[in-house]
Design a protein around this ligand. Structure first.
Ligand SMILES: [Zn+2]
Length: 384
């Protein structure tokens, strides 16, 4: 991960310190970010931009000229005139002004990759099967796939984003990822030096919650969002007060090994009844395949209750009301969602529980990929 010495928030975005006097040179990236962020909400005229950003018309004119020259925004037509004056020119983010390569390693047996534009739209996809390779071989496969995709691009590459289960620090080093046996793997650094572009790496649930937060436009009450990712493992990503919450050791949301049934199935960690041993996607698929159709509902409801148990303390302690479930949509259904929601409500203080809502991700199976892309956009352009 490429990072300067300026203060860094939980997203890794450099921010001006409130304790240092703002100099004109410091204002430039901030002004670019302000205007780009405003234009992500839709096309606007220079006068509109001055009004919503609080910048002077002269500054807006200078900064938008720079952004046009950089190919990040473009003139897209005229705003209908409300008075007899000349209609104003509308500006918009140039969706394909930059492309991002995103990789999703959350599946047990394949790596999903995509080229994503600045509007968060997937413009190309590629997928490779994993055949049990681990450690350095996995890193090599990630680099190879990113390089292959970069050769297909006809637009400037902004960077590479990678999402993986496991614990990832703020420099893009995977501290531990059991499914591919990575320990202290400097993944961002390796991809970045191979492709000569910035690379950012995040935990898959953290990437998915970032994507989900992005599609809401950050308009969630209190800016709090909890996303639960059911994949090869089970993990949660949290946005608290508009910021990704990663905890003291980058392991916030690692709920997979919370014990929810002391007599439950044996977990690979050696204990019994961990959430992951009861609700992970491969195990759930295996169990659903082994039962008669009539027993599916019961099995999914039970899995939902297990998840609800693990989430109740988290939701109760933090007073979170917006929960998003992300996972294979052919596996999870409404019975799972409702059982989880009812369990949370039954196990929390009513003043908290009655406000809790749980829904499936609006991004379907692409949430992690789009989150990996959003990570790059957030770091490089400073926008959500
Ligand atoms: Zn366990």
């Amino acid at each position: 991960m490429l990072m300067g010495s300026r203060p860094v928030d939980a997203w890794g975005t450099t921010r001006p310190s409130p304790h240092t006097k703002s100099l004109p040179a410091d204002a430039r990236p901030r002004n670019r970010t302000l205007l780009l962020q405003a234009l992500l909400d839709g096309p606007q005229s220079r006068a509109d931009l001055a009004r919503v950003s609080g910048l002077t018309p002269t500054t807006v004119s200078v900064v938008t000229a720079e952004l046009i020259a950089d190919g990040l925004i473009e003139e897209v037509g005229r705003k209908p005139a409300s008075t007899a004056g000349k209609p104003a020119t509308l500006l918009a983010v140039e969706a394909d002004g930059r492309h991002v390569i995103a990789l999703d390693l959350s599946d047990d047996d394949r790596v999903e990759a995509a080229v994503v534009n600045l509007a968060g739209k997937i413009v190309a996809r590629r997928s490779i099967q994993r055949s049990g390779e681990t450690g350095k071989q996995t890193t090599q496969a990630v680099v190879r796939l990113a390089r292959e995709l970069s050769r297909t691009l006809d637009r400037p590459l902004l960077g590479v984003g990678v999402a993986t289960p496991g614990i990832v620090d703020d420099r893009g080093t995977v501290l531990t990822a059991a499914h591919v046996q990575w320990t202290n793997e400097p993944l961002a650094q390796r991809v970045s030096s191979a492709l000569k572009v910035p690379c950012y790496v995040a935990n898959d649930a953290n990437a998915a919650v970032l994507a989900e937060y992005r599609v809401t436009g950050g308009e969630i009450a209190g800016g709090n969002l909890l996303l639960v990712r059911v994949g090869a493992g089970v993990g949660a990503g949290m946005v608290i007060g508009g910021e990704l919450f990663v905890g003291d050791h980058f392991a916030a949301g690692e709920i997979g090994h919370v014990v929810v049934d002391e007599d439950g199935e044996l977990c690979k960690c050696g204990r019994r009844g961990c959430l992951e041993a009861l609700v992970s996607a491969p195990l759930l698929a295996q169990r659903l395949a082994a039962v008669a159709d009539g027993d599916r509902a019961q099995l999914l409801e039970q899995a939902g209750r297990h998840l609800g148990k693990a989430l109740a303390t988290l939701v109760g302690a933090l007073d979170l009301s917006e929960i998003v479930l992300s996972g294979p949509m052919d596996l999870l259904d409404d019975r799972f969602r409702i059982a989880a929601l009812e369990t949370i409500r039954n196990r929390t203080f009513p003043a908290v529980g009655r406000h809790v809502a749980a829904r499936f991700s609006s991004l379907g199976d692409d949430g992690v990929l789009l989150g990996a892309a959003a990570l790059v956009v957030r770091h490089e352009l400073g926008v959500v």
